[in-house]
Design a protein around this ligand. Structure first.
Ligand code: KIV
Length: 273
C-alpha cells in the first residue's frame, strides 16, 4: 500500500507539488535531457524532471552552463517531454534568455512552453530578475526559482564554492526567497548553501523548497542524472551521492562488444538472416 499522498499513475502538476509541501511529503527531482533517459527516470517514480541547463556541461562537454542556447534547451525539453508520462517537467531558461529584458524573458518562456510542452520554467536569481518573473507569471507560466549557487553567474562568483555563508548574502537570499514566493513562484531550488539557512528558508516558505547541496531539511532534493548514476567519475562534490555504476557498465559492455566483433563471436548464425 502506498504511503504517498500522490497517485503513482497520475500526472504531477503544480497543485500536486503544493499539496506535497502541505502534507510534508518529500519531492524527488532529477535532471534529464533526452527521450530515453527521461522515460527511464519517469518510470523510476520521480515527481519532477528538470531539463537543466547543466545539459551544457553533461551533454555538450562545455565548462559552464553559459554557452547553451534557447533553441538547444527547447530541443532537449521536447525530447524529455516526449518520454514522460507522470513527472512534472521543468525546463531551465538559459543564460541570456531572460536577464535584463523582461519582454525577451516573456518571449523566451512562451517559446519554451509552446515548443516543448513542458509544465514550468526555471530561472536563476532574485530581485535582479523580478520584473521578468512577474511578466512570465502573468502569462500563466509556472516558475521554479533558483537561489544560492546560480551557475549562470559563475563569472561574477569566480568559483562554485558554497554561497550565502556570510550574513549579508544569507539575508539577501532569505528576502529574495520571500519575494519569489509572494510573486507566485510555486517552487524554489536552493543550490549549495549552508544546511541551516536552507532549513530556515524551508520553514518560512509555504512553497516547495528543493535542495542540491543544501542539507536534509528542504522539501525535496535534486541531482544531475549523469552524476548520480556514476557517469561522471571526475565530479565528486560532498553533496553528491552516487547511486549506480552506469559509466563503468557502459564501458564494460562496449569493451565486450568490441572484443566479440574482432574475434567474430558476434554475430552468430542465429543472429543472422
Ligand atoms: O541545470 C541544472 O541541472 C540545475 C540543477 C543543478 C538544479 O540547475
Amino acid at each position: 500500500m502506498s504511503t504517498n499522498t500522490t497517485d503513482s499513475a497520475k500526472k504531477v502538476t503544480t497543485s500536486t507539488i503544493r499539496k506535497m509541501k502541505a502534507a510534508g511529503e518529500k519531492v524527488a527531482m532529477i535532471t534529464a535531457y533526452d527521450y530515453t533517459m527521461a522515460s527511464l527516470v519517469d518510470a523510476g517514480g520521480v515527481d519532477m524532471i528538470l531539463v537543466g541547463d547543466s545539459a551544457s556541461n553533461v551533454m555538450a562537454g562545455n565548462a559552464t552552463t553559459l554557452p547553451i542556447t534557447l533553441d538547444q534547451m527547447i530541443y532537449h525539453g521536447r525530447c524529455v517531454v516526449n518520454g514522460v508520462k507522470r513527472a512534472l517537467v521543468v525546463v531551465d531558461m538559459p543564460f541570456g534568455s531572460y536577464q535584463g529584458n523582461p519582454q525577451i524573458a516573456l518571449a523566451s518562456a512562451i517559446r519554451i512552453m509552446k515548443e516543448t510542452g513542458a509544465d514550468a520554467v526555471k530561472l536563476e536569481g532574485g530581485s535582479e530578475i523580478a520584473e521578468s518573473v512577474r511578466l512570465i507569471l502573468s502569462a500563466g507560466i509556472p516558475i521554479v526559482a533558483h537561489l544560492g549557487l546560480t551557475p549562470q553567474s559563475i563569472n561574477k562568483f569566480g568559483s562554485y564554492a558554497v554561497r550565502a555563508k556570510e550574513d549579508a548574502e544569507a539575508e539577501k537570499l532569505l528576502a529574495d526567497a520571500h519575494m519569489l514566493e509572494d510573486m507566485g513562484c510555486f517552487a524554489l531550488v536552493l543550490e549549495k548553501i549552508p544546511a541551516a539557512l536552507a532549513e530556515r528558508v524551508t520553514k518560512e516558505l509555504g512553497i516547495c523548497v528543493i535542495g542540491i547541496g543544501a542539507g536534509p531539511a528542504t522539501d525535496g532534493q535534486v541531482l544531475v542524472l549523469q552524476d548520480m548514476l556514476g557517469m561522471n567519475p571526475g565530479f565528486k562534490p560532498k553533496f553528491l551521492r552516487v547511486y549506480g555504476t552506469i559509466g563503468d557498465d557502459i564501458t564494460r559492455a562496449i569493451g565486450n562488444y568490441v572484443n566479440d566483433v574482432k574475434t567474430v563471436v558476434f554475430p552468430t548464425l542465429e543472429e543472422s538472416y
